[in-house]
Design a protein around this ligand. Structure first.
Ligand SMILES: Nc1nc2c(ncn2[C@@H]2O[C@H](COP(=O)(O)OP(=O)(O)OP(=O)(O)O)[C@@H](O)[C@H]2O)c(=O)[nH]1
Ligand SMILES: [Mg+2]
Length: 1146
């Protein structure tokens, strides 16, 4: 294979390598404060030899969740939840009572409701005093009140005042004066003007005067001079006539004329141009002035319109009912008030309505009339939120109904409506739709557009079915289907998670799901007759799962921090096994040493050569993985639920050691269970327990579906803590994703700006690079990871609380064709035959020629081969990296073997594993002596270099022949985790330590700053390096730099590696590639410094190296980057920024 064809001079031999100070911090950690520069060129390694723990310390301290207690906001979230551990003390108050409450759960927790009496403020908003002297039996205004300064509001209501004294002039700041219910203010004669003194006119700030219910037959005329008034309440005084002088009050906004015995308004009212509200209820109004429509701000005209038809005889009413005469007694003026907000013509016996110009109308009540059609202009009222047409004679409604986009309530009950217009789906804001007591046969499919609908009343119609589209109305809290002709409920009805109750009342209204008086068979009566929908939904869910045809096995990736409980959860899911107290104790006693032995034993027990497809699956099911250790890289398990939904579960070991190889096993088509320890979750731990994983998935599998699962709920304080934490998770996850999208948007605007500038400079390559990145950003913005809103909280203790609920929701996700369209493909039988044949082949992988041969023998040909392989990959039977050049024509027909090969190289506890005395393998297989063994191990754990003898020990359980060993050695670099070094033809020196394979991930040695200086000074000294910088606005995932390092191997002659840098030479140039670890830099970056032989640009070498970098970066689908380079580098086309295969020169 390609790697052998090239002779290379390696400088990385023991004794000739440049070493730097060993820094034992994490990859992204800050640098050690003791950079001993002197050692940078020492020929001997000087490290301590101990493996440093480069894993970031997970913040596991049990800090109390900051928002746990007293956070009404978080508790009252409307989140749908998974079941919580039993013993929940939370009272499940029926949802109708929740309406408008601030916190349902906080209420459940407190012993009882307390009425809080809100004290009225003693100051107005502007800081003036408020004095309430109502109902005190006062006959005169108290002198001390008259002496008070800075009065803003004075309430003298309900006293026995005869008049106000002239001293009120002192209340120069007063804004509101309430004199209501002072019957002594009554004027006996027209000339009696004593009740309100002239001084009242000096109160220029007085905006509101209430003089209602004072038994006045005449109003004090001085009122009509109070032109500063905004609000005047003269209600409940039998004044009979409103005088034309009211027109003087030019600043008036509201006038209350209720129960004043007036029959009309003076035309002069129109001079009050600011009037917004006129209340006339309780009067027998017979006419209204023609001038009224000139009040352009009039929003409310409170009028009892029924008075207009009050005297109607039975004959006329009958004619109106049958449409023989037209109703015309509601003054046309009412329909011409442009700012009117509410028009209530309920029960006014009208059978027609004129065209309206009430453009400001928000509520229109036309119920209990004889209407069967509305004027067109009603459908143009685009502020209308309520339209009540109940109890009329409508047969249908026109398509124009869909124009009323502001509608939140549409009441059509008790008409003769046969069908609803399709445009009803346009009413996106609709919350309430009442079509009960009509003649509807079906709902239109567009009803699914009513995403905000909460109440749907369809009692007593002729409905024969509930369309599946109803299941899209996820906000529904009431669905009343009583008395119809429905036989079956849709299987996806369970999606209506807010529809919790069934057949209950909220006050006098039917609430929840109502199904009485229907010939229902699915579900049967014993199921649907219930007061909780859960039972109905469970039945329907099961039915949905069972009835789903062609459901294929699906891939599930279980990921999350180490020790958060993934494997234990899988044991619960797959085998129904919980943690027993005894097992817990035993586990506590077990030493790490024993753990290591377990691993060895388990590996030995694998017999790969006899493996075939069926057996492998059966093995997976039978073999119950041990729970005594951390998962090593990946455990694969096949799981079939009771309802026969099948998954291949990839249980990822959460240890950092495995993260470099994760990308090989990530799959955007899989369902990800993102598991975190619920009992330890807090704002502090969010990043390590969830955030990092979301970032990883966003980078490698944009658009993947993620279900969050919180484990160890038994360790939470109580069920409230479980819920509070779940709320916090939801809040922070939401925030996390918003931040991510925010960053993408910001980056997009920056790239667009750069593009504009670049176009001025017109450097074509740079423009193209920016355009590529712009496209990528737009693509990523359209494909954020999909997080299932319901968070599952589970425990693996006795009874497995929450687990069955989780199983339920996983099954439902699996049959959701929107999320997993490939899950229900129809698979030709031939493909399964192909699977069996492939699985029967021996070896670790199959070449493309073999695959084609087997496929043809199974009658799978041409394009069908790739489709079949993709299917087998999706269901976890094979691994096919069709997008990785070099691997696309290789099939790993036994994924477990591949996993095992990789696992051998990435132990989380190599420290324990490399025990010379306990493990005879090192002596027998590796021919090591203790000292040579220690040396080989040290080189490995410090620099990632593995010698041939050590590698044969790591792979000992595969029982490889020499040829197989060599074959695998050639294959491994294609996985981008290691590179190999050809051995000299003639073995020289000590091959115990001679590197054969290098895993850059293990390199612990950081490059010092002077490496850069050295590079600049190195020959040719006078040549200035060309600098390229790759900037990553989104964090660069761990392992990408290492991948670049691996991929460079094919193109360099010599190299020196550090953890964060590679120095290498090519034919005509040398370069230094550094991962910038500058904490002050807001974004990650990789710097490439390039030096040719002369000042001339080494274009060809630059192209090669930049192509390697570009190709590697493109493997991370969700990564974006910007290349910064000087103008001449761009204009010489020296940077390769588009993904392309590199042809290796032989
Ligand atoms: N109390 C309690 N302990 C649990 C629960 N689930 C897991 N554990 C314990 O948590 C520890 C880690 O569990 P694992 O299932 O091995 O964790 P993991 O996520 O698979 O860890 P890695 O394989 O390292 O990634 C074990 O000691 C379990 O006993 C649970 O629900 N309740
Ligand atoms: Mg595990």
């Amino acid at each position: 294979m390609r790697r052998e064809s090239k002779e290379k001079i390696q400088t990385i031999k023991n004794g000739s390598i440049m070493t730097c100070q060993l820094v034992t911090s994490s990859r992204r950690g800050s640098k050690s404060p003791s950079p001993t520069r002197a050692s940078s060129k020492s020929p001997k390694r000087t490290g301590s030899g101990k493996m440093s723990d480069s894993r970031p310390q997970s913040a596991k301290s049990k800090s109390p969740s900051p928002t746990r207690k007293g956070s009404a906001k978080s508790r009252s979230s409307s989140r749908k939840r998974g079941s919580i551990s039993p013993g929940s003390k939370k009272s499940k108050s029926p949802s109708p009572n929740r309406k408008g409450t601030s916190s349902a759960s906080s209420r459940g927790r407190s012993a009882g409701k307390k009425k809080v009496r809100v004290k009225s403020p003693s100051r107005t908003q502007s800081g003036l005093k408020i004095r309430d002297l109502s109902d005190q039996g006062l006959t005169a205004v108290p002198p001390n009140l008259l002496a008070e300064k800075d009065l803003g509001i004075v309430n003298l209501s309900g006293n026995n005042l005869k008049n106000l004294p002239t001293e009120i002039a002192r209340w120069d700041k007063i804004e509101k004066l309430d004199l209501s219910k002072n019957y002594g203010l009554r004027r006996t004669k027209a000339s009696d003007n004593t009740s309100l003194p002239q001084e009242i006119l000096t109160l220029v700030n007085l905006r509101e005067l209430i003089i209602s219910e004072c038994n006045l037959q005449r109003l004090p005329p001085i009122i009509w001079q109070m032109t500063n008034l905004h609000v005047l309440d003269i209600s409940r005084n039998k004044i009979n006539i409103l005088v034309p002088e009211v027109g003087n009050l030019s600043n008036l906004r509201k006038i209350n004329l209720k129960h004043t015995n007036i029959t009309s308004l003076p035309p002069e009212i129109v001079y009050c141009q600011d009037l917004e509200e006129i209340l006339l209820w309780g009067n027998k109004i017979s006419t209204l002035p023609e001038t009224l429509p000139e009040l352009l701000k009039l929003k409310t005209l409170g009028l009892n319109y029924r008075d207009f038809c009050g005297q109607m005889d039975a004959m006329r009413e009958k004619f109106l009912n049958t449409g023989q005469v037209k109703s015309d007694y509601i003054p046309q003026i009412v329909f011409d008030l442009p700012a009117l907000e509410t028009l209530d013509l309920e029960g006014t016996k009208i059978n027609n309505m004129p065209e309206t110009t009430n453009h400001g109308l928000r509520e229109l009540n036309l119920s209990r009339n004889f209407l069967n059609v509305l004027p067109r202009s009603v459908y143009n009222l685009n502020h209308l939120t309520l339209l009540n047409l109940s109890d009329n004679q409508f047969n249908s409604l026109p398509d124009e109904l869909g124009n009323l986009k502001s509608l939140t309530k549409l009441r059509l009950a008790n008409n003769q409506i046969h069908f609803l217009p399709l445009t009803i789906g346009n009413l996106k804001n609709l919350k309430e739709l009442d079509v009960s007591f009509n003649k509807l046969k079906r709902f239109p499919i567009n009803i699914k557009g009513l995403r905000n609908l909460k109440y749907l009343h369809a009692e007593k119609n002729d409905l024969t079915a509930v369309p599946d589209e109803i299941c899209e109305l996820v906000e529904l809290q009431t669905l009343n289907l009583t008395e119809n002709n429905i036989h079956t409920l849709p299987m996806r009805l369970h999606r209506l998670t807010k529809l919790k109750d069934a057949h209950v009342y909220d006050r006098y209204n039917k609430h929840g799901l109502w199904l009485y008086k229907n010939p229902l068979t699915t579900p049967p009566m014993e199921i649907w007759r219930t007061d909780k929908t859960e039972k109905i939904f469970d039945y329907l869910k099961k039915l949905a799962i069972i009835k789903t045809e062609n459901l294929q096995r699906q891939k599930m990736l279980v990921m999350g921090e180490s020790q958060c409980g993934k494997s234990t959860l899988i044991m619960g899911l797959v085998h129904g096994i919980s943690l027993s107290p005894v097992e817990n104790e035993e586990k506590g006693r077990k030493s790490k040493q024993e753990d290591a032995e377990d691993i060895l034993k388990r590996r030995k027990s694998h017999d790969f050569n006899t493996e075939n497809a069926v057996q492998e699956n059966e093995d997976c099911q039978k073999e119950i993985p041990s729970l005594t250790s951390k998962t090593e890289f990946i455990e694969q398990t096949i799981w079939k639920t009771e309802n026969m939904v099948e998954f291949v579960i990839n249980d990822f070991g959460g240890d950092d050691a495995y993260r470099i190889s994760y990308p090989l096993f990530l799959d955007a088509n899989a369902l990800v269970l993102l598991v975190y320890d619920h009992s330890e979750y807090s704002k502090k731990t969010h990043q390590t327990s969830i955030g990092e994983w979301l970032d990883l998935l966003s980078r490698y599998t944009p658009g993947v579906t993620i279900k969050l699962v919180g484990t160890k709920s038994d360790l939470c304080e109580d069920s409230y803590a479980v819920e509070d934490t779940a709320d916090l998770v939801q809040e922070l996850v939401q925030e996390h994703l918003e931040n991510y999208l925010g960053k993408l948007r910001m980056e997009l605007s920056l790239v667009e700006r750069d593009l504009k500038e670049a176009k001025i400079g017109s450097i074509q390559d740079y423009i193209e690079h920016l355009e590529n990145q712009k496209q990528k950003l737009e693509y990523l913005l359209s494909k954020p990871v999909k997080i299932i809103p319901e968070i599952a909280t589970v425990s693996s203790q006795e009874g497995l609380p929450g687990v069955s609920h989780l199983v339920n929701s996983i099954e439902l996700l699996a049959i959701d064709t929107e999320l997993f369209p490939h899950g229900q493909r129809c698979i030709p039988d031939l493909w399964n035959k192909l699977r069996a044949r492939l699985k029967r082949r021996s070896g670790y992988y199959l070449s493309w020629e073999v695959v084609e041969k087997v496929a043809n023998n199974s009658h799978v040909k041409d394009d069908a081969i790739t489709n079949a392989l993709q299917y087998l990959h999706d269901i976890g039977e094979v691994m096919w990296f069709k997008n990785i050049p070099g691997l696309s024509r290789i099939l790993f027909h036994k994924p477990r073997l591949l996993v095992d090969l990789i696992t051998s190289l990435y132990h989380y506890n190599f420290g324990e594993f490399f025990n010379y005395d306990d493990n005879k393998i090192f002596m027998s297989m590796g021919k090591f002596k203790k000292d040579t063994f220690n040396e080989a191990v040290e080189i490995f754990v410090k620099y990632g270099q593995i010698s041939r003898p050590l590698l044969s020990c790591l792979w000992f359980n595969h029982r490889l022949t020499e040829a197989k060993f060599t074959e695998l050695l050639e294959l491994m670099p294609y996985l981008d985790i290691c590179y190999t070094i050809p051995q000299p033809e003639v073995p020289s020196g000590n091959n115990i330590a001679l590197p054969l394979m290098v895993l850059p991930w293990y390199n612990k040695e950081f490059a010092e700053n002077d490496v850069v200086e050295d590079f600049e000074k190195n020959s040719p000294e006078k040549v200035k390096p060309v600098i390229l910088e790759y900037q990553f606005p989104l964090q660069l995932p761990q392992g990408v730099f290492e991948k670049i390092s691996v991929c460079l191997q094919d193109h360099v002659l010599t190299r020196i590696d550090w953890k964060n840098a590679v120095y290498a030479t090519l034919e005509d140039a040398s370069f230094l590639l550094c991962l910038a670890s500058d904490p002050s830099n807001p974004c990650d970056s990789i710097k490439l410094m390039f030096k040719g032989q002369s000042d001339a640009l080494p274009v060809s070498s630059l192209k090669t190296v930049s192509q390697v970098i570009t190709n590697t970066l493109y493997k991370v689908e969700g990564l974006i980057w910007k290349i910064k380079a000087s103008k001449d580098v761009w204009s010489n086309h020296a940077i390769q920024f588009i993904q392309k295969d590199i042809v290796c020169e032989e």
